[in-house]
Design a protein around this ligand. Structure first.
Ligand SMILES: CC(C)(COP(=O)(O)OP(=O)(O)OC[C@H]1O[C@@H](n2cnc3c(N)ncnc32)[C@H](O)[C@@H]1OP(=O)(O)O)[C@@H](O)C(=O)NCCC(=O)NCCS
Length: 159
């Protein structure tokens, strides 16, 4: 059994993030490959405002690490009403090893247990069969097409 962990990104991860957001991995994300500058911006520390202004987190971003190798990125976006949206991308040479499924499972636990969200959603292009499979293995239910995408949903357990 591989040990996969989600962790915060640091400036030292810029080149690993650049490799993740390249080639076939960006094809279904509707964006071009990342540039060096974008990768540096991506992992730059967020400067929190201090004082009386409270800053609410709109999106959590984690690196996916396997045996010291940063192989992907997962994201949890917060929506109003206790809802969240998941996203994920794995470096192309690491596909097909179950990493995305494990990473999404850990993100689900973070979303429901740590953040306390009530439900999660995701959108997948119908041609992106691997992504839909990841969501179904992680417990999401397909709800059908909305526009050009299949929407998925997972509700927190009420046990
Ligand atoms: C989608 C993605 C995250 C999957 O990562 P991964 O680590 O390879 O996923 P897993 O190994 O956990 O699971 C992939 C599943 O899809 C299946 N699969 C892969 N390609 C497939 C294909 N062309 N047709 C059918 N099933 C396919 C695998 O067999 C596996 O299912 P199984 O365990 O039942 O055999 C990865 O391909 C990726 O980063 N793609 C580009 C970014 C992206 O599309 N992100 C999601 C946007 S919605």
């Amino acid at each position: 059994m591989i040990t996969l962990a989600l962790r915060l990104l640091t400036p030292a991860d810029a080149s690993a993030v650049l490799r993740i957001y390249s080639g076939a991995s960006v094809a279904f994300l509707g964006r071009p490959a990342m540039t060096v500058h974008e990768s540096e911006e991506y992992v730059a520390p967020v400067r929190h405002r201090t004082g009386s202004v409270s800053v609410s987190v709109a999106q959590y971003v984690f690196g996916v690490e396997v045996a010291g190798d940063l192989v992907g990125v997962v994201k949890l976006g917060r929506r109003p009403g206790g809802q969240g949206r998941v996203g994920y991308v794995l470096r192309e040479d690491c596909w097909g090893r179950g990493y995305a499924t494990q990473a999404v499972q850990q993100l689900i636990t973070f979303a429901f247990v740590t953040v306390g969200l009530d439900s999660l959603g995701a959108k997948v292009h119908p041609d992106n069969v691997a992504s839909g499979r990841v969501l179904e293995k992680a417990g999401f239910t397909p709800l059908g097409m909305r526009g050009r995408m299949i929407t998925y949903r997972l509700a927190a357990s009420t046990d």
